[in-house]
Write a protein that binds this ligand. Structure first.
Ligand code: PLP
Length: 389
């Protein structure tokens, strides 16, 4: 390589500003570091963000989904429909409440659950749908809720990646049934680890509060009762303060991500990668928060495995990720009868997808550098193969 060395470009990096760091210092100095006033403030601002709907904050965007299922009274004997193209926690929480998930394949263009297949997967035992908004791109929300209403189904939205996304101008979370967000360090808004559940009414929110901390309700100075089996899912005030500092910048974060996504499309235009048939994400600059920019590699034409491609990128100082292998092929799900060939679009995409760097601290020059490297790899390997390139 002849280029001058540049700092390694990771595929994701959180932007924590000085105001947030100072805020965290104040939380430490206040003496109240676990769930308290910051958590309350975080919930209030989250609720305001989603149009006043009730919100409870948690320590992950996984427990939120499990609690969402419990609030919807999903349990043994029921079926819950989701997609195999997601972080494994979406399906794991379905197992956690004693239900075997029902998967439907993805639409190869949006990479989200194919709503045409969703209708066919509904049986008399279906209780709920868990759609996932991969990379922050919502499904057709009108169609989703039309199907849910027609069949009397609950919807627990895995909107872990969709904080800041919209549907027809309305924020994800401000519409819909039960909506789950994640604030993991890699998400568009982070509380280091954390999550939030948006619900329909105060009864659901009260139940969520109980599930969050051992099912306990305190009254008066000294009374305590436990009437549901809750767990330990509360968010610390240190984490909530990070979340508050992030939440207040959401509009800027989303605008920056959309700008970078546009820069990706511009940079790819007419280049070697596109000529080779690389799969780009849907061009959506209105609804998606651009949580990720994912390409599908034409591996056969490239004569490389995905791991070899990722190694080539790493050699050029660029980090990439994989989101995700089709989860029904994991051992835990194979043990429940899932096999190759059941969800061909998810399997093909899962075997060929690579996530490119996209985070608010990046520049459009970084984008040009990423795409330049991909075009270079495509030119080098496409016609020659890996041994003569
Ligand atoms: C991040 C993520 C989750 C889980 O969130 P955690 O906060 O890490 O528990 C669930 N589903 C999807 C699609 C995610 O991206």
């Amino acid at each position: 390589m002849t280029q001058t060395p540049r700092p390694f470009l990771h595929f994701v990096k959180p932007e924590i500003d000085e105001e947030t760091i100072q805020g965290v210092v104040e939380v430490f100095r206040s003496g109240w570091i676990t769930t308290g006033p910051q958590n309350q403030q975080f919930e209030a601002e989250l609720s305001a963000y989603v149009g006043g709907r009730p919100v409870r904050a948690f320590n992950s965007g996984t427990c939120t989904m499990e609690i969402g299922l419990r609030i919807a009274s999903v349990g043994p004997g029921d079926e819950v429909i989701t997609t195999p193209m997601t972080w494994v926690s979406t399906a794991n929480v379905i197992l956690e409440v004693g239900v075997t998930p029902v998967f439907v394949d993805i639409d190869p263009l949006t990479r989200n659950m194919d709503l045409n297949l969703l209708e066919r997967a509904i049986t008399p035992r279906t209780k709920a749908i868990m759609p996932v908004y991969l990379a922050g791109l919502p499904v057709d929300m009108d169609r989703l809720y039309e199907i849910a209403r027609a069949h009397g189904l609950r919807v627990i939205e895995d909107a872990a990646q969709a904080f800041g996304s919209t549907w027809k101008g309305k924020r994800i979370g401000a519409i819909g049934d039960i909506v789950s967000f994640s604030f993991h360090a890699n998400k568009n808004v982070t509380s280091i680890e954390g999550g939030a559940l948006v619900m329909n009414n105060e009864d659901e929110a009260e139940l969520a509060r109980k599930y969050r901390l051992q099912g306990i309700t305190r009254t008066g100075f000294d009374r305590m009762d436990c009437d549901v089996l809750g767990g330990k899912y509360n968010l610390t005030d240190v984490a909530a303060r990070v979340g508050l500092g992030q939440l207040r910048q959401i509009e800027r974060f989303t605008a920056k991500r959309r700008e970078l996504a546009r820069a990706y499309f511009d940079a790819f235009e007419g280049g070697a990668a596109v000529k080779l048939g690389i799969g780009l994400p849907p061009r959506n600059f209105t609804d998606s928060n651009w949580h990720m920019f994912q390409i599908a590699l034409p591996l056969e034409k490239l004569g490389l495995t995905r791991a070899e491609f990722m190694a080539q990128m790493k050699e050029r100082g660029i980090g990439t990720g994989v989101h995700y292998p089709a989860l029904h092929l994991f051992t835990l799900y194979r043990a429940r009868g899932f096999r190759e060939g059941m969800f061909p679009h998810a399997e093909r995409y899962g075997a060929s997808t690579v996530t490119l760097p996209l985070f608010t601290l990046m520049s459009t020059d970084d984008v040009a550098r990423v795409v330049g490297s991909i075009d270079e790899i495509c030119e080098q390997f496409a016609n020659h193969g890996k041994h003569s390139g």
